[in-house]
Design a protein around this ligand. Structure first.
Ligand code: PLP
Length: 288
């Protein structure tokens, strides 16, 4: 990737440092917008139809007319990747309700802002995979539409920062005694050999990585279930994993300073190669 990436802003292609949005953009003033992060392995966006479907659902949930349809987004991403050649990358897409005079109510004729950029995607640090990550348990202080991938991430930021200040990589969130997700990830546990992750709801983002992990587990006969996980079950789990597009499937081996299992567990050691194989196939298909 060249030093200065080329980004897309409202139909124009510009060097990142020259991309500007008006200060009255509702994304800036209110956090009134949604986004997606799509990993790209080789030249292949990872699970693109699923990411675009989630973007469409987020736009529908905030009642913003989609500025592009799926073929339109696909063409935009193809051009973005062609203009920013490189290895593994991630595409960031953002749509806001655009500039308007400052009023909470929607503008009558919104002119959405569409922004897209590419960033390098570094594989998880092997040392971190070997040792596992630290996490803390925090109360989920967010709103009740966490299924919308909103750019308004203030609660997630405050939660993640609390985790960092306690020497942890992620905050695992609990609402009314039940695990929802991480500040920027979904959560899995393993108990007695069974993989479990909370069912989707308005209190969590339906992660694309989460779905793939469930798919891989089912395809390879690993017992797994979407069912509630209580805080007590989390604390007593044999294994804990967090999943996200950028973190992949990361074992959590310390929770609130206490060890989880004796390091990355045997079920994680089965799922991780399956995930890596899926990525490798995607890369090889792109090169073919
Ligand atoms: C709050 C939250 N939950 C879950 C995820 C995982 O989603 P995905 O696997 O689609 O990256 C993310 C990703 O950033 C997130 O921010």
């Amino acid at each position: 990737m060249s030093a200065e990436p080329t980004v897309h802003l409202n139909g124009e292609w510009l060097p990142l440092s020259q991309a500007r949005v008006p200060v009255l953009d509702r994304g800036f003033i209110f956090g009134d917008g949604v986004y997606e992060v799509i990993p790209v392995y080789g030249r292949r966006p990872f699970r693109l139809p699923q990411h675009l479907a989630r973007l469409a659902r987020s736009l529908e949930a905030i009642r913003l007319e989609p500025p592009l349809d799926a073929p339109g987004w696909t063409a935009l991403i193809d051009e973005l990747l062609a203009r920013n050649p490189g290895g593994d990358r991630s595409v960031y897409l953002q749509v806001t309700r655009g500039p308007a005079s400052r009023d909470h109510a929607f503008p009558r004729a919104p002119a959405p802002t569409v922004f897209a950029m590419v960033s390098p995607l570094n594989p998880p640090d092997p040392a971190l995979l070997e040792e596992g990550a630290a996490a803390v348990v925090l109360e989920d202080i967010r709103w009740s539409r966490c299924d919308i991938k909103s750019v308004n991430l203030l609660a997630n930021i405050l939660l993640r920062q609390q985790a960092v200040e306690r020497g942890a990589l992620e905050a695992i969130l609990v609402r009314d005694g039940q695990v929802t997700e991480g500040a920027a990830s979904n959560v899995f546990i393993v108990r007695d050999g069974e993989i479990r992750t909370p069912p989707t709801s308005r209190f969590m983002l339906p992660g694309i990585t989460r779905d793939l992990v469930l798919e891989l587990a089912r395809a390879h006969g690993l017992p797994c279930r979407e069912a509630p996980v209580s805080e007590a079950e989390l604390r007593g789990a044999d294994e804990i994993w967090i999943t996200s597009s950028t973190r992949e499937v990361l074992p959590v081996t310390r929770l609130d300073g206490r060890p989880v299992g004796g390091g990355p567990g045997p079920v994680w050691r089965r799922i991780m190669p399956l995930y890596q194989e899926y990525k490798r196939n995607l890369r090889e298909a792109a090169e073919a």
